[in-house]
Design a protein around this ligand. Structure first.
Ligand SMILES: Cc1ncc(C[n+]2csc(CCOP(=O)(O)OP(=O)(O)O)c2C)c(N)n1
Length: 597
């Protein structure tokens, strides 16, 4: 444990903060920044964004009357300072640990977290809802939405702005402009904001874009300077109606390496508190790669061979490992900003012209683009390849970020192919197979993190659509898995061999179309079926097999392992798999119990 510093240690709530003299806030900012660094260097989390809003966080809690006044952080990964100042200083050590505090605002965690966030571009809509409710109920209070320059590339922000500008609700929008999302900002808005930022030291506070929405605008001001922030915020607090303050902040502020390499220090993992150095993990040759790495490198290989291939990411080129493609083929690779809906329909449009778009979207963010998937891709029968990254339980980012639902929400859509590789070599082959005679939308979902084979760069092989495989023949019990958890099953079955428990194991590979031949033999030859998936049980692969069995006249008992019908909080992936009952040990115990009954 490190000390919180003399001022920070006496701030247990914003009420304590208000007791400080304005002149003490500078020291408090230093202490708060230092405390975030102390904890996050040892306990990985999102660093850069929170360092950048230290002064803004202090100023807002100093001047406004939270939690009566509603303060909403868009995305929420920049709210570490907010958490520390609102009674969670000592718990901050448990950040993102199982049963510890969340890395994002959570309403149940604190009354100061006015709204739960995690996905981008929601803050203004939520704040609008609260502001309208206050008006209806006759409550006099302030509403503040802090929205980043990245988050305003999400259409939802402009949907809310369009309504906001047509009302007289009491709402302050803070445009927290640090000039970067996770990666370099994308799109024309960033150029507009750069031009606006150049007005910083002039007297021209006009902001034609937002003024066109009837918003009263102020700024840009230096959001890392309390001398600038406090008087302007004080004045804006007194104003009525919807207003916007444009603040310029620096991502990573106050920590040299984080300021210099803002992409790396967005969420750097463990680092040296003093030097900022990130320990290099020794890469051995036998180490399996990340699934993301295999995706990005394979796509590049395919794109070199097939000039019809184009790639799309909604604001996650580094996370999705699309950088090699972006660098090699900038004219065929599109970072569209935080705009998942647009990304999918853009892919559809490209596909109408015979190009083969690979649109890579994190499972959790694909939820945003459900209508686009159905309306613009599936109904139109367009052969877009949708690469669903971060499928399954992602770990420390928690409930807002788990890729829990995609199998369930995709499998009811007609006309699409849904595949999940069990390992990196399978991912490679599926990426290859998707572009051979593309006829239908082709979904490939894979998890975050380490794959299986160090030597994954094998020659491409075509995987026939809708063909599963038998990994092991056995007796009595058949385990049917899809995707990466098949490896947990493999280990469980291996451990059971010693006890002469010999179930069969089948890798379904495709949730759609289902492999009728394989399922016919599985349901005929085995009495009991156990399904394993890293997706919600309700509506997932196990449910699909239940429906299939019913439709095909089989009544074998089916036990489904996967994510139960609840939102799963944060923790290490292994811990979460265990909690959900589909880690190696749980699978082993389940097989054994069923086999011996
Ligand atoms: C809908 C959605 N898509 C993608 C993301 C991933 N994501 C998290 S933070 C971020 C960048 C946000 O940039 P900005 O709004 O400028 O905030 P900053 O981190 O700079 O404070 C992105 C793309 C997300 N959280 N939500």
């Amino acid at each position: 444990m490190t000390d919180a510093g003399p001022l920070l240690s006496i701030v247990n709530s914003p009420a304590d903060l208000k007791k400080l003299a304005q002149s003490q806030l500078y020291q408090l900012a230093d202490e708060l920044r230092s405390y975030i660094l102390d904890v996050v260097s040892a306990n990985p989390g999102h660093l850069g964004a929170s360092l950048g809003v230290v002064e803004l966080t202090i100023a807002l809690h100093y001047l406004f009357d939270t939690p009566q006044d509603k303060l909403i952080w868009d995305v929420g990964h920049q709210a570490y300072g907010h958490k520390i100042l609102t009674g969670r200083r000592d718990q901050f050590y448990s950040l993102r640990h199982k049963d510890g505090i969340s890395g994002f605002p959570v309403m149940k965690e604190s009354k100061f977290d006015a709204f739960g966030t995690g996905h981008a571009s929601t803050a203004l809509s939520a704040a609008m809802g609260m502001a309208l409710a206050a008006k209806i109920k006759g409550i006099d209070r302030q509403h503040i939405a802090v929205v980043g320059d990245g988050a305003i590339t999400g259409g939802m922000f402009f949907e809310a702005l369009n309504q906001a500008g047509d009302t007289d609700v009491n709402l302050l929008i803070i445009l927290n402009d640090n000039g970067i999302a996770i990666d370099k900002s994308a799109g024309a808005l960033k150029d507009y904001l750069i031009r606006q930022a150049e007005k910083q030291n002039s007297t021209d506070f006009s902001n034609p874009l937002f003024e066109a929405f009837n918003i009263q605008c102020s700024g840009p001001i230096d959001g890392n300077k309390l001398d600038e922030l406090l008087p302007v915020l004080k004045a804006m607090k007194k104003m009525k109606g919807v207003r916007m303050l444009h603040v310029l902040t620096k991502k990573g502020k106050g920590f040299e390496k984080a300021e210099r390499d803002q992409v790396l220090y967005h969420a750097p993992g463990r680092f040296d508190r003093l030097t900022g150095d990130i320990p290099k993990t020794k890469k051995s040759l036998v180490e399996p790669p990340l699934y993301q790495h295999v995706f990005g490198e394979t796509l590049l290989e395919l794109a070199k061979e097939n000039e019809k291939i184009v790639a799309i990411t909604p604001a996650m080129p580094t996370g999705s490992h699309l950088m090699p493609m972006l660098e090699a083929f900038p004219e065929r690779t599109f970072d569209v900003g935080i705009a998942e809906q647009h990304a999918i329909t853009l892919a559809a449009g490209l596909s109408t012209e015979g190009l083969i778009p690979y649109c890579v979207v994190y499972s959790t963010f694909l939820q945003r683009a459900y209508d686009q998937l159905i309306h613009d891709v599936a109904i139109q029968q367009l052969p877009v390849v949708i690469c669903v990254d971060r499928a399954g339980l992602v770990g420390e980012d928690g409930a807002t970020h788990h890729g829990a639902f995609d199998l369930a929400f995709l499998r009811c859509i007609p006309n699409i192919i849904i595949a999940a590789p069990m390992d990196d070599i399978e991912l490679r082959h599926l990426l290859f197979s998707a572009q051979i005679n593309p006829e239908k939308p082709y979904v490939i979902r894979y998890p975050r993190g380490k794959a299986i084979h160090a030597n994954w760069q094998v020659p491409f092989e075509e995987i026939e659509t809708g063909k599963g495989r038998c990994l092991q023949k056995g007796k009595k019990v058949a385990v049917v898995s899809i995707g990466h958890p098949g490896n947990f099953v493999k280990q469980a079955i291996h451990a059971l061999e010693k006890e002469n428990i010999l179930p069969g194991h089948f890798d379904l590979r495709f949730l759609k179309p289902l492999d009728n031949t394989l399922l016919q033999s599985v349901f005929s030859e085995y009495q009991q079926i156990i399904t394993v998936e890293d997706s919600v049980i309700q509506g997932g692969m196990g449910s699909a097999l239940m429906e299939w069995a019913q439709d095909h006249g089989f009544s074998n008992p089916i036990i489904r392992l996967g994510i139960p019908d609840q939102f799963i909080a944060h923790g290490k992936p292994d811990e979460l798999h265990e909690d959900c009952g589909f880690d190696v040990v749980s699978i082993k115990n389940k097989i054994k119990a069923v086999y011996l009954q």
